[in-house]
Design a protein around this ligand. Structure first.
Ligand code: NDP
Length: 246
């Protein structure tokens, strides 16, 4: 039976590239976005390349939406081989040009607890809740894997300047969340890792970034996803396959 992969936040950017690359490698890919009318055109574009990509709606902060999708996936496929927890926001995508809102996420002076909590919810808690709801389906696969998209901004070791409170804290928290998750999923033989995709040219990363989404994802699959085993669960990997410092 073909391998099944599900990617969150996949209508554009890195999530879209994950869908394209996994489908090119023979997976049936479930391309999810907050709204079905946004997921559909993205999936149709990939179907136009002859790829096996199916659109679904999923807001990762809405557990009823996650449960509904898990039930649909169970009915249609009965298993899940790979879960890519890609959906995320940073201060810029959150603020959408609103300078006051941006400052509430970035600066010590304006920092707003509700903003920090919102980003932690989307970037650190939601991936774990998604994983929890797909745990049973993942156990039905031969070598199930969860790839959480983290960030170098989540590295405490490498933090050399102030500001960026919300995003950095959320991605750092994701590492801790995954460390616990990995222990909880070990009995089910589910491998769960966080990866740093590098600086990537998306709406979030901007045009000056080092990698295209395709370049980043290809490295992540070749150097991390295809090489990891259960012994690596809970680790934080760089796109080149090296361990990234916490
Ligand atoms: P984009 O802003 O292009 O894409 C982010 C995607 O996440 C969007 O499709 C967005 O949906 C989706 N999303 C946000 N909130 C939710 C939600 N509640 N439910 C479902 N989907 C949601 O950014 P990237 O592609 O660059 O980012 C992908 C991941 O990579 C993120 O986790 C990011 O933090 C991480 N990352 C990116 C880096 C970079 O340089 N680009 C560097 C390090 C990490 P919508 O379109 O509806 O807003």
């Amino acid at each position: 039976m073909k391998k099944i992969a599900l990617v969150t936040g996949a209508r554009k950017g890195l999530g879209y590239a994950w869908c394209q690359e996994l489908a090119r490698r023979g997976y049936t890919v479930l391309l999810t976005a907050r709204r079905l009318d946004k997921a559909r055109p993205a999936a149709e574009q990939l179907q136009g390349e002859g790829l096996d990509v199916v659109p679904y709606a999923l807001d990762v902060t809405d557990e009823s939406s996650i449960q509904q999708l898990a039930a649909e996936v169970e009915g249609a496929y009965g298993k899940l081989d790979v879960l890519v927890n890609n959906a995320g926001i940073n201060s810029g995508t959150r603020a959408q040009g609103d300078k006051e809102l941006l400052a509430k996420n970035l600066t010590l002076k304006a920092l707003a607890p509700s903003e920090v909590l919102n980003m932690v919810n989307v970037n650190a808690i939601a991936p774990i809740i998604v994983a929890r709801n797909f745990q049973r389906l993942l156990t039905q696969a031969d070598d199930p894997k969860i790839i959480h998209i983290g960030s170098w901004f989540g590295s405490i070791t490498n933090t050399q300047r102030g500001g960026n409170y919300s995003y950095a804290v959320s991605k750092s928290a994701l590492n801790m969340m995954n460390r616990s998750l990995a222990h909880d999923l070990a009995a089910d033989k589910i491998t769960s890792v966080v990866v740093n995709p590098g600086w990537v040219s998306t709406d979030m990363g901007g045009a000056r970034a080092k990698f295209t989404p395709q370049e980043s994802v290809t490295q992540l699959i070749d150097h991390v996803m295809d090489r990891i085993s259960l012994a690596d669960s809970g680790k934080f990997f760089n796109y080149d396959g090296e361990i990234y410092p916490w």
